[in-house]
Design a protein around this ligand. Structure first.
Ligand code: PLP
Length: 388
């Protein structure tokens, strides 16, 4: 049995998405910017896709630009705002649990003279609003906070941050790569000025992202070239992927409440089984609003990598909270920010469920996780010391 429980990393493309893309991968290959008949056909498909996406998000189609990924959207947004509003100030506020696409972009901007405040989170991964408010200065030009965290699934208080940003006339960017296509919301209602998202996280193709830019917000160019995407993301239009992303979002919205209920039930069942059958486990961010399919579990006294590899051998794909850097294993900055001790952060596994996962797969996974944890703990000096 092969079970894919790494849907926060990427998802399997829906066959209906491929079907929608197919004409543009074959006969309709014109450059969407060309004025001849080939270009007009693809240009029209791009316009339709842009309108569809805008409608689903409750924004104007002129407020959407296409990029190559969530990472690129984040870069265009954050670097573009930093550059455009440089004469107004050099201070940026973010959280200390951001995805590397934001975290490393801001670290890079620090080298260029920008000052960044990384606001901390509580033990559930929820950003501390009072700390954020206290960090606001006259020279603050941008607040960038993720909508939902990719590792633990925590949903951040975006509406409240949006209000603070508005009150203080600060631009507000949200990395919504984990929420667009998963939970319903409109950037307008949450006071968001810029919003990043990515097709492959909601059963669309890889290599396509988008950025919502509220009309009136100035974004400076960080990539130079032709006139595509309001000159903010020049390069020949990726028509097949744009059509695919629009189709994927349409499918996501077609039964979003049902899928949220289904995934939440499956995830809760999974967690209750794990807690019942395995001692010394912690479900992270359990008591706050979370993404429906995300389950971050700490198996105390073990290494996440050995759990991941053992499960992989049994056909189960999960993710560990650690990032392998050359020779040392670094614990996840998200888990550490939540106050989880490094030794336990190392034993944390992310199971991320998606629309293709079934109850049978979850039962198989529970069975295998129980076996793997028992086996590994027999070999774990930390576990044996704890049990002494
Ligand atoms: C996956 C992810 C990204 C990066 O998106 P890509 O399209 O893979 O570049 C950014 N932010 C979050 C929260 C993500 O989960």
């Amino acid at each position: 049995m092969r079970v894919y429980l790494d849907n926060n990393a990427t998802t399997k493309m829906d066959p209906k998405v491929l079907e929608a893309m197919m004409p543009f991968l074959t006969e309709e290959y014109g450059n969407a910017f060309s004025m001849h008949l080939f270009g007009r056909e693809t240009g029209a498909a791009v316009s339709r896709s842009r309108e569809e996406i805008a409608k689903l998000l409750g924004v104007l189609s002129t407020e959407i630009i296409f990029t190559a990924s969530g990472t690129e959207s984040d870069n265009i947004a954050v670097r573009g705002i930093a550059k455009a509003y440089k004469n107004r100030g050099n201070h940026i506020i973010t959280s200390n649990i951001e995805h590397p696409a934001i975290k490393n972009t801001l670290k890079d901007l620090e080298k260029d003279g920008y000052e960044v405040t990384f606001v901390s989170v509580d033990s559930n991964g929820v950003l501390k609003l009072d700390e954020l408010e206290a960090a606001i200065r006259p020279e603050t030009i941008l607040i960038s906070v993720m909508h939902a965290n990719n590792e633990v699934g925590t949903i951040e208080p975006i509406a409240a941050i949006g209000e603070l940003a508005k009150k203080n006339k600060i631009i507000f960017h949200v990395d919504a790569v984990q929420t667009v296509g998963k939970i319903p919301f409109s950037p307008k209602e949450l006071g968001i000025d810029l919003l990043s998202f990515s097709g492959h996280k909601f059963y669309g193709p890889k290599g396509i992202g988008a950025l919502y830019i509220r009309s009136g917000v100035r974004v400076a160019k960080i990539i130079t070239g032709g006139g595509q995407e309001k000159k903010l993301r020049p390069g020949t239009t990726n028509t097949p992927a744009i059509v695919g992303m629009a189709k994927a979002l349409e499918l996501a919205y077609a039964n979003m409440p049902e899928e949220i209920a289904r995934e939440t039930e499956l995830r809760d069942y999974f967690e209750s089984q794990i807690v019942e059958k395995i001692p010394e486990v912690v479900i992270n961010a359990k008591s706050v609003e979370r993404l429906p399919g995300t389950s971050s579990i700490t198996f105390k006294y073990l290494e996440g990598e050995s759990i991941l590899l053992s499960l992989s051998y049994l056909g189960i794909a999960v993710s560990s909270g650690s990032a392998c850097s050359s020779d040392e294993l670094q614990a996840s900055h998200v888990l550490l920010a939540m106050g989880i001790p490094a030794e336990f952060a190392h034993g944390t596994i992310r199971f991320s469920l998606g629309k293709y996962n079934t109850k049978e797969e979850i039962d198989y996974t529970v069975e295998q996780v129980v076996k793997v944890i028992e086996k590994l703990r027999i070999l774990s000096p930390l576990w044996n010391e704890f049990n002494r």
